[in-house]
Design a protein around this ligand. Structure first.
Ligand code: FES
Ligand SMILES: [Fe+2]
Length: 381
């Protein structure tokens, strides 16, 4: 009698989740977070097909600014050209396929270090030494491929397969919720890259649930945004969100944008644009994490903080970034033990908490089910 593969079983389980009512909401089995085969499926079906946030436009404010990154193995070059247009280019040289650029910085053009082919900021090939006599060489065919790219609220999204519908029109309801916070007017004040030993979905779910605040962040977040004041926001098949209200005795988190209502001044909107972009827009600062899978048990995190201030060395900014680092470390510790525990065969799945606390996880799993759920084949034999 043949066995159903782990991947088919997980896809069948996802499909089953779609048939459950909210009051039956439960987690996925632990190998959803440990299976390399399932991650390979996610890479093909989600990370190549969806809009994935890979950074903040404030990382490359000036013409010629660039950074390099990677998404599901694709090497990417994110660059602002002479006219200020941001592009996401393939960072693979059209000669013999080496990396064109590395790290980040400012350039007038990109020179591949292997044989010095030189590309303009928009990816067109400018010069290729000693190639004139080569019949098969056509510079016009050597432009770096340009990925489908969209900037939404200062965040740079890429869609690798080029087939996704434009992103912004899908986020209208989220825009309305965020409008008065004016995230688009906030300046990037801090950003860095990190690697945690946990599956990208563990971190996505963790960022989006307020249940763990009292237990995991008793001295950092709980005094400011206590678990019992979390309130779910109705999302849709593109995103989910909740508001975490500030404790009544917590001092105001101004200065406030004049558009903000009293209610908005007292809560942070946390949202997940599926699959892997999670953001907390507080009254005064924005904290964001762009997540990329880096193995079934590792996640690459490009994260940062934006705000209305302009000086990254301002003491208040420095303190806020330090607070973010402190609660991130608290999360990391919990998510790395979670990853170890998920290798078990003795935990089928567990019940999810109340709507205001873990309803966002249910929304995320429903999204995953919509993309990857399918009937499990009958075992052969
Ligand atoms: S591989 Fe880039 S110039 Fe040869
Ligand atoms: Fe947390």
């Amino acid at each position: 009698m043949g066995e159903i593969s782990a991947i088919d079983r997980l896809r069948g389980e996802l499909l089953h989740l779609r048939s459950l009512d909210r009051d039956e909401a439960r987690t996925m089995p632990p190998d959803f977070y440990t299976s390399q085969a399932f991650q390979d499926l996610e890479k093909e079906e989600l990370f190549r097909k969806e809009w994935i946030c890979i950074g903040h436009a404030g990382e490359i404010p000036e013409p010629g600014d660039f950074y390099t990154t990677e998404l599901v193995g694709e090497q990417l070059l994110v660059a602002r050209d002479h006219d200020g247009v941001v592009r996401v280019l393939s960072n693979v040289c059209r000669h013999r396929g080496n990396l064109v650029a590395q790290g980040s910085g400012n350039r007038r053009s990109f020179v591949c270090g292997y044989h010095a082919w030189t590309y303009d900021l928009d990816g067109t090939l400018k010069t290729a030494p000693l190639m004139k006599s080569v019949k098969a060489f056509d510079p016009a065919k050597c432009t770096l491929p340009q990925m489908n790219c969209e900037i939404w609220s200062n965040f740079i999204f890429v869609n690798l397969d080029g087939q996704a519908a434009p992103l912004a029109p899908q986020l209208g309801r989220l825009d309305a919720i965020l409008h008065n916070y004016h995230d688009e007017q906030r300046n990037l004040l801090f950003s860095e890259e990190a690697l945690w030993n946990t599956n990208w979905k563990n971190l996505t779910e963790n960022f989006m649930e307020g249940y763990h605040l009292f237990a995991t962040h008793p001295t950092t977040l709980q005094p400011m945004t206590p678990t019992h004041l979390c309130r779910k926001v109705a999302g849709d098949d593109r995103w989910t969100a909740y508001r975490s209200y500030y404790a009544p005795d917590f001092p105001p988190r101004g200065p406030f944008h004049p558009d903000m209502t009293e209610d908005e001044q007292r809560n942070t909107v946390l949202f997940n644009i599926f699959p892997s972009f999670v953001v907390a827009v507080a009254a005064n600062y924005t904290l964001y994490l762009c997540l990329r899978p880096a193995g079934a048990d590792r996640v690459a995190i490009r994260w940062g903080v934006a705000g209305f201030k302009t000086d990254a060395q301002d003491a208040e900014v420095v303190n806020y970034v330090a607070l973010c680092k402190a609660f991130n470390e608290e999360d990391r510790a919990k998510l790395e033990t979670l990853q170890q525990a998920q290798n078990t065969r003795y935990f089928p799945h567990g019940p999810l908490g109340p709507e205001d606390l873990e309803g966002t996880i249910w929304d995320f799993l429903q999204y995953m089910a919509g993309r990857l759920g399918q009937p499990a084949p009958l075992p052969a034999g």
